[in-house]
Design a protein around this ligand. Structure first.
Ligand code: ASP
Length: 305
């Protein structure tokens, strides 16, 4: 069984935790990844201080990470076997259980913004592929230039994976966020390019409400990263939230989740959470997961990897 590291801290008022993906980030870049998380958490904190909703704050944090080419989301994301961008993203409102998600979405600057528009329209939950792209265009989003969003580093990663027969495609760098406001409203959001060299049309847990993302203000909010197939098979985000509802305290709910995914399926990953009482937590069974957390009642932003 992999060793699980975790952290938890209580907060009052609004609070936010972001992650920059579970994986094996080399020590030269891990610090910069953590600083990118700090920037995202602090932007969300500024918005919450100014009265933004939890959905707005979650989108601000995730878009900040999508726009940062260091992460596997938005610009710089992992490429599929055809060398294309194919985004998964999801967002959920804990007060209303409204949710929006996109799977295998072609190049758009901020996939999480499209997922949020689906949530706001409150008719569908998950749209995928070209259908999702056409829906987004019909709601005023423009397609992005894939060439402008693909980085040299992501091309090089794909070549290495293809040379290796398609193995070793876990990129790390998926991004996510959980937010609570002073009234106890919760939101969760996740965004990724998925696995390097994945088949065309593959969708992972980050596209799925209940697997990658879940929020229910009566229990908690969760965003996951890691071995997507294992997180889908265990409906991992919902499982963690149900652990919180059952009374798991501090980081217990997400540690229990990661233990179960490792024990049953040999899957590794990481999770961030906020429970209904304002306890912020992260846990990981991988060697690294960059993260940052800020809260109204704290004088500093906590950061790590
Ligand atoms: N869970 C993501 C996926 O399987 C990958 C990751 O979080 O690194 O698409």
């Amino acid at each position: 069984m992999a060793k699980i590291e975790s952290w938890a801290k209580r907060s009052e008022g609004w609070s936010v935790v972001v992650h920059g993906g579970a994986g094996e980030v080399p020590s030269e870049t891990a610090g910069r990844q953590a600083e990118g998380c700090r920037e995202a958490a602090e932007r969300a904190a500024v918005a919450l201080r100014a009265g933004a909703s939890v959905l707005e704050a979650a989108c601000i944090a995730v878009q900040c990470l999508e726009d940062n080419p260091m992460y596997n989301a938005g610009t710089g994301a992992a490429l599929n076997e055809a060398g294309e961008l194919s985004f998964d993203a999801s967002i959920m409102c804990g007060a209303t259980l409204r949710a929006g998600a996109v799977g295998a979405l072609p190049a758009f600057q901020n996939p999480i913004a499209v997922a949020r528009a689906i949530l706001e329209e409150d008719r569908w939950v998950l749209l995928c592929g070209e259908g999702a792209a056409k829906w987004a265009e019909s709601r005023g989003f423009s397609r992005a230039s894939a060439q402008a969003m693909i980085t040299e580093a992501s091309r090089a990663r794909l070549s290495a994976v293809l040379r290796n027969g398609g193995h070793g495609g876990w990129a790390g760098g998926t991004v996510g966020c959980v937010v609570r406001d002073a009234q106890g409203h919760l939101a969760a959001a996740t965004s990724t390019g998925g696995i390097v060299g994945k088949p065309i049309g593959r969708m992972g847990d980050s596209a799925l409400i209940g697997a990658g993302t879940y929020a229910d203000h009566s229990a908690g909010a969760v965003s996951n990263t890691g071995d997507g197939e294992a997180f889908m098979r265990t409906v991992a985000a919902k499982m963690a939230v149900e652990n919180m509802r059952a009374g798991a305290s501090k980081s217990e709910a997400i540690v229990m989740l990661l233990e179960e995914i490792d024990r049953r399926l040999g899957g590794l990953g990481g999770t961030i959470s906020i429970d209904a009482l304002g306890v912020l937590a992260w846990a990981r069974s991988t060697r690294t997961m960059s993260w940052a957390a800020a809260a109204e009642s704290w004088t500093e932003t906590f950061v790590g990897y």
